[in-house]
Ligand binder design. Structure first.
Ligand SMILES: Nc1nc2c(c(=O)[nH]1)N[C@H]1C(S)=C(S)[C@@H](COP(=O)(O)O)O[C@H]1N2
Ligand SMILES: [Mo]
Length: 513
C-alpha cells in the first residue's frame, strides 16, 4: 500500500504551520516589530503601484490590510501543501522551496525599517523549523516507500497522525508562549516610556568634535550602541517588581526598590564602555551619557568588611561578574545606571538598572539587569567569564582605531582628512600619533581632553583624533597609536582578546588615484 497524496500534503501543512508558529513566537519574544509574514505583507504594500492600491482600496475599503495578510497566508498555505507534495518526489525539493520562501522574507526584512541582525532571527528559525519538522513528519512515509511490504497496514498513517498531532500541539504552545512573553515585554516597554526620571540628556560638548566625515560620532546613539550579553530573550523587568540586594561581607544588608534608587542623589557622566572581546580596529565600544546612583555611598552605608576585595554582581538572567571593590569606591563615577543618553535604559542595555564602572571592561563590571551585589573576596568567587578562562581583573587597555579611510578605500590623490577614536578610560588619552606608509610617527589633532574626572570630555571617555595627509598616487598604509595621560605608549605587540583584551596597532591599507 502506498501512502495517499493527502498524507504528504498534510505533512507539508503541519510543518508549515510549525514554522510560522516559531517565526511568530521568536518575533514576539525578541521584540522584533514584524513577523516574517507581516514583513512580506509590508514589502508587498511598499511595492504595490499607487494605481493598483487605489483600485484595491476602492474595492474593499479599509479591509485592505487584513485582506493582504489573508492573501499572503493563503499563498503560504499553498506553498506548504506544495512542499509536502514535493517531499514525496525528492527529499531536497521542499528544502529548495523553503529556502526560496525564506529568501523572500529576508528580502522583505532588508527592504524594511529594521535591519538589525536580530530581525532576521525569526526568518531563520522559521525556515529551520520547516525543514526539521517536515523531515520528522515524512520520515515514516519515506521508510515505507523504501520497504513497502514491511509496514503494517495503517501503521504509517497512525505514526504520521501521532507525529502531526504532537507538532500541532507544540506549535500552538510555542506561539502562545511567544505571545505571552511578547505581551509582557510590551507592558514593560510601556512602563519604561511612562517613567519620568529626573534625568537629562546632554548635548555633545562642541570641543570634542573634530568634524571629520565618517569618523565615529563622539556620543553613540543608544540604538547603535553595541550589545553583548548571553541571553536569547532580553529580560523584561517591571520597575515596580525590581529590587537590588546588597549583602555578603557587610555590616547590614541593603534592599533597594527602583523608587529608592530614583529618590537618591543622581550622578550623570560621559562614560565610554567597551568589550574585552574587541579585536584591534573592532567596534565593540560606545560612549554615552549615563545617569545613575554612585555605588560608593551605598557600599559605605552597608559597611564593607575590611577583608572584602570584590563584589559579585548578579543579573536577573543569572549572569555574574566580579568587580574589584577598589574601583567601586575610589573617586571615579562608578554607578548603578538607570539612564542612558537621557532616557531610561533601553531593555537591551539593562533596564531598569545596570552597573557602569569607568576604566573596566564590561565583562568584569557592567552587569545589566542587575539584581544582586554580594560583597566578597576574589578567592571565593567564580564569575561567568572568569570561569571560562578570562582574567579575573579587566582594566581597559589603551587602544586607538582608524575610522577613515576604511581598509581597501580608494581616495583621490592630494590631501585627505583621516581620523578615528582612541581610548583608555579613567586614565585618559594625552595624545594620538599616526604614521603614513611606515614613516615617522606624527602628532594628530585630538578632540579636547580634560585630564580630570568630571570635565568635558573627561578621562573616562574616548577622544576623536584626526590628521590631514598628502597622498601620492599608489598604495598606502596608515597606522595609529595612542599615548595616555600616565605616559603609556600603546604597544604594537599583537595580542588576541583572550584572556584580558587585545593589543596592537590598528592599520588600514588603501590607495589613491
Ligand atoms: N546580564 C548581563 N550583563 C552583561 C553581560 C551579559 O552577558 N549579561 N555582558 C557584559 C559584557 S561582556 C559587556 S561588554 C557589556 C556590554 O554592555 P552593552 O550590551 O550595554 O553594550 O555588558 C556586560 N553586562
Ligand atoms: Mo564584553
Amino acid at each position: 500500500m502506498t501512502t495517499p497524496r493527502l498524507s504528504w500534503g498534510m505533512a507539508g501543512l503541519v510543518a508549515g504551520l510549525a514554522g510560522l508558529a516559531v517565526g511568530h513566537a521568536t518575533t514576539r519574544m525578541l521584540g522584533v516589530r514584524l513577523t516574517p509574514l507581516e514583513s512580506v505583507a509590508e514589502l508587498v504594500i511598499r511595492h504595490t503601484p499607487g494605481a493598483v492600491a487605489h483600485w484595491v482600496i476602492d474595492l474593499v475599503g479599509t479591509k485592505d490590510k487584513p485582506l493582504l495578510i489573508l492573501l499572503v497566508t493563503l499563498g503560504m498555505l499553498a506553498f506548504m501543501l506544495g512542499a509536502g507534495r514535493l517531499a514525496e518526489r525528492a527529499w531536497w525539493a521542499p528544502i529548495l522551496l523553503y529556502l526560496f520562501m525564506g529568501g523572500v522574507a529576508i528580502v522583505a526584512v532588508v527592504d524594511g525599517d529594521d535591519q538589525r541582525a536580530i530581525a532576521f532571527v525569526p526568518v531563520v528559525a522559521g525556515v529551520v523549523t520547516w525543514i526539521v519538522t517536515l523531515s520528522f513528519l515524512t520520515e515514516p512515509m519515506d521508510r515505507e516507500s523504501v520497504a513497502p511490504y514491511s509496514a503494517e497496514e495503517g501503521q504509517t498513517r497512525r505514526t504520521l497522525l501521532l507525529r502531526a498531532g504532537f507538532v500541532v500541539v507544540a506549535a500552538v504552545g510555542t506561539a502562545i508562549t511567544g505571545d505571552l512573553l511578547g505581551r509582557h515585554r510590551r507592558h514593560v516597554e510601556a512602563s519604561r516610556k511612562l517613567l519620568n526620571l529626573p534625568i537629562k540628556d546632554r548635548d555633545v560638548p562642541s570641543k570634542v568634535k573634530l568634524g571629520v566625515d565618517g569618523i565615529s560620532r563622539w556620543k553613540t546613539p543608544s540604538a547603535s550602541f553595541y550589545q553583548i550579553d548571553t541571553v536569547i530573550v532580553v529580560p523584561a523587568i517591571e520597575p515596580k517588581d525590581w529590587q537590588l540586594r546588597i549583602h555578603g561581607m557587610v555590616e547590614r544588608d541593603l534592599v533597594l526598590s527602583f523608587q529608592d534608587l530614583v529618590d537618591r542623589e543622581l550622578t550623570e557622566d560621559w562614560i565610554t564602555l567597551n568589550c574585552v572581546s574587541n579585536t584591534v580596529g573592532g567596534d565593540l565600544i560606545g560612549n554615552a551619557w549615563w545617569s545613575g546612583v554612585r555605588i560608593a555611598p551605598l557600599l559605605e552605608e552597608a559597611g564593607v568588611h575590611p577583608d572584602a576585595d570584590a563584589v559579585l554582581q548578579t543579573s536577573d538572567d543569572g549572569w555574574t561578574c566580579g568587580t574589584p571593590i577598589a574601583a567601586l569606591t575610589d573617586d571615579r563615577n562608578a554607578m548603578i545606571a538607570i539612564g542612558m543618553n537621557g532616557e531610561p535604559l533601553p531593555l537591551e542595555h539593562g533596564f531598569p538598572a545596570r552597573m557602569i564602572v569607568p576604566g573596566l571592561y564590561g565583562y568584569v563590571s557592567a552587569c545589566k539587569w542587575l539584581v544582586d551585589i554580594e560583597v566578597t573576596r576574589f578567592d571565593q568567587i567564580e564569575a561567568f567569564w572568569t570561569s571560562r578562562g578570562w582574567s579575573e581583573e579587566g582594566p581597559v587597555k589603551i587602544a586607538s582605531r582608524i575610522d577613515v579611510p576604511g581598509d581597501g578605500d580608494e581616495l583621490p590623490v592630494g590631501s585627505a582628512r583621516v581620523g578615528g577614536v582612541a581610548w583608555i578610560q579613567h586614565t585618559g588619552i594625552k595624545s594620538v600619533e599616526y604614521a603614513l606608509d611606515g614613516g615617522a610617527w606624527l602628532p594628530a589633532e585630538i578632540g579636547g581632553v580634560a585630564n580630570h574626572p568630571g570635565g568635558e570630555p573627561n578621562i573616562d571617555t574616548w577622544v576623536q583624533w584626526a590628521a590631514t595627509v598628502e597622498l601620492e598616487e599608489g598604495d598606502h598604509e596608515l597606522r595609529v597609536r595612542a599615548i595616555s595621560n600616565s605616559g603609556e605608549v600603546q604597544t604594537g605587540v599583537e595580542q588576541e582578546p583572550p584572556p584580558d583584551g587585545s593589543t596592537g596597532w590598528h592599520s588600514v591599507e588603501f590607495s589613491a588615484s
